[in-house]
Structure formats: structure tokens, C-alpha cells
Design a protein around this ligand. Structure first.
Ligand code: AMP
Length: 299
């Protein structure tokens, strides 16, 4: 596996692959790789001839300095995992490569970025995400870029910017990979103590409570959110928000008449966790939509 540190090296690597007529897939990450990231890599390998992963802990999307500092980093282990998973090249730039002195441009996606994650983490969060993803896409120019549905609002923001800026890349999404206890894999899970790990079950519990409410015929979004919130609080999580939104637009709905996406965010100790599921209330038993059938479980 080639390890590329500069945009110039990435450009010539990808240009050579594309000149040979090969399809290039990009998997952007912040490292501390787990089976969720590897599911993105597998999806890329299944569709593309050449797979490039990137690791960059993007400072501009962190709203808290302590969160950035504590974010887990282990490049040597990540390189081993990527090579073992059949990744062809890793782009792992230093901070100065991405943000050289004088850097002064921000990509701001309007509307959806003000809600939920944007409201809790501040406007800078999605500005940071949008800017770094735009830079990664422009630096690599892959045919397809892969993102997880675990970060549903982020995925929505990325689809928006790719469409609005006419970036010639297909955005592909991959189902959330969960542990056997239902907790979505996240690099931040490493920071949980054993006791906190139990409390973190608040996340799948909240989504299960929303599913149960829908199954029982509840269509009022506030009541569905209240059921999820109660289940999460009962597990000992500090709930930040429960959002019931239209999966296509990420705008809140009052009634869950069509498909709805339920997104939850909570703090467990010092660790912030997010998760979501998409439900089809119109289906007879209001079971989860495609998301669940495609959900992989970590080994
Ligand atoms: P991160 O390294 O946390 O920035 O995540 C990099 C990519 O992996 C993003 O597109 C995430 O949505 C995706 N991802 C993170 N956790 C999971 C998971 N448990 N299942 C599937 N994709 C994930």
C-alpha cells in the first residue's frame, strides 16, 4: 500500500490510475479505524478498481480543543488494517499540507447545517466538515466517494455540497456497523470506561423505543421523540437531542406519515455519541427500512 503525504503525490497516483481506465474510490476517515470504516473500504473495493483511503483528523471541525486533543490516533495500526483490508493507497497529510499558512477559504452549506449537530457543535463544525471534504474530493478527484450513514446529517451536507458545487464524484453511502450490543461502532467508543459503555446502550435503546412507538401506531413526532428520550435517560445518558426528520431533506416532521429518520445524540460521561435509524411507518409493522437489512455486525 502506498502512503502519500502530499496533494501532489495523491494527484499523480490517481491520475495514473484513471489514465489506465481504472475506477477510483475514496474513503475519507479521521483514523482510529474500526469495522465501520472497513465496511466503507469493502464497499469501495466491490465497486472500484483502485481504493484510496484518507486519514486526517481535521482540526477545523472540532468545536472543543479537548475533544480534538483526546481524539484517538494510531497511524501505524491504521496502516496495518488498511493494508490488510486491500486498500491500495493511503493519503495521510500533515495539517500544514491541508491548511498551509494563509489558508482563508471556508465552504458553508446553508440551511441544514444550523440544526441538530450544527446547533449543538456550532456553525464551525459543518463548515469544517464541508471545507475538508471539498478539499479531499478536489485533491483526489475519485469516481466514487464513500461515507457512512451513521453520520446521517453529515452525509446530507456532503450530498448537498457535491451537487451545489458540481463536483464530478458519485457519493455512495454505507449502512451503520454495530457491535453485538447494538452500539454503533465509533472511534470515540475507545474513550468509554466499562461503566460508560453500559450507559452507551442508551443509543440503541432510544432508537428501539422510537421503533416500538411507531410499531404501536404512534405517528406524532413529539411523542416518538419523547419515547426515545425517556429510554435514553433511563440508561443514564445525557440526551442532547432526538430528531424526527424527513430522510430526504433532514427537516423536522410533525407526523411520521412517510419514511422518517430518527437521529439521537447524547453524552455519556465526557464522550459524545450519535446514532440514527430510518423507519418506514407505512409498512405493516413499522420495522426499519433498508438500513437494517443492510446493517452489518462487527465480528
Ligand atoms: P470518522 O473517521 O469518524 O470521521 O468516519 C469516517 C467515515 O466512516 C464516515 O463516513 C463515517 O460515517 C463512517 N463511519 C463511522 N462509523 C461507522 C459505522 N459504525 N458504520 C459505518 N460507517 C461508519
Amino acid at each position: 500500500m502506498s502512503v502519500l503525504r502530499s496533494v501532489a503525490a495523491l494527484r499523480s497516483y490517481v491520475a495514473a490510475a484513471r489514465a489506465g481506465g481504472r475506477l477510483v474510490g475514496l474513503v475519507p476517515t479521521m483514523g482510529a479505524l474500526h469495522a465501520g470504516h472497513l465496511a466503507l473500504l469493502d464497499a469501495a473495493r466491490a465497486e472500484c478498481d483502485v481504493v484510496v483511503a484518507s486519514i486526517f483528523v481535521n482540526p477545523t471541525q472540532f468545536d472543543r480543543a479537548d475533544d480534538l486533543e483526546r481524539y484517538p490516533r494510531d497511524e501505524a495500526r491504521d496502516i496495518e488494517r488498511l493494508a490488510g483490508a486491500g486498500c491500495d493507497a493511503l493519503f495521510a497529510p500533515a495539517r500544514e499540507e491541508m491548511y498551509p499558512p494563509g489558508f482563508a477559504t471556508t465552504v458553508h452549506v446553508g440551511e441544514v447545517t444550523g440544526r441538530f449537530e450544527g446547533a449543538v457543535r456550532g456553525a464551525e463544525h459543518f463548515n469544517g466538515v464541508a471545507t475538508v471534504v471539498t478539499k479531499l474530493l478536489c485533491a483526489c478527484l475519485p469516481d466514487v466517494a464513500y461515507f457512512g450513514r451513521k453520520d446521517a446529517q453529515q452525509l446530507h451536507v456532503i450530498r448537498r455540497l457535491v451537487s451545489d458545487l458540481n463536483i464530478p464524484v458519485r457519493v455512495a453511502s454505507v449502512a451503520t456497523v454495530r457491535d453485538s450490543d447494538g452500539l454503533a461502532l465509533s472511534s470515540r467508543n475507545e474513550l468509554l470506561t466499562d461503566a460508560e459503555r453500559l450507559r452507551a446502550r442508551a443509543m440503541p435503546d432510544g432508537l428501539a423505543a422510537a421503533a416500538a412507538a411507531l410499531r404501536s401506531g404512534e405517528r406524532d413526532a413529539a411523542a416518538i421523540a419523547a419515547a426515545a428520550r425517556a429510554a435514553m435517560t433511563a440508561r443514564g445518558a445525557d440526551v442532547e437531542y432526538v430528531a424526527v426528520v424527513d430522510p430526504g431533506t433532514f427537516t423536522p416532521v410533525e407526523h411520521a406519515d412517510g419514511d422518517v429518520l430518527v437521529a439521537v445524540a447524547a453524552r455519556v460521561g465526557a464522550v459524545r455519541l450519535i446514532d440514527n435509524e430510518t423507519f418506514a411507518p407505512a409498512a405493516a409493522d413499522a420495522t426499519r427500512t433498508t438500513d437494517t437489512s443492510e446493517v452489518a455486525t462487527a465480528a
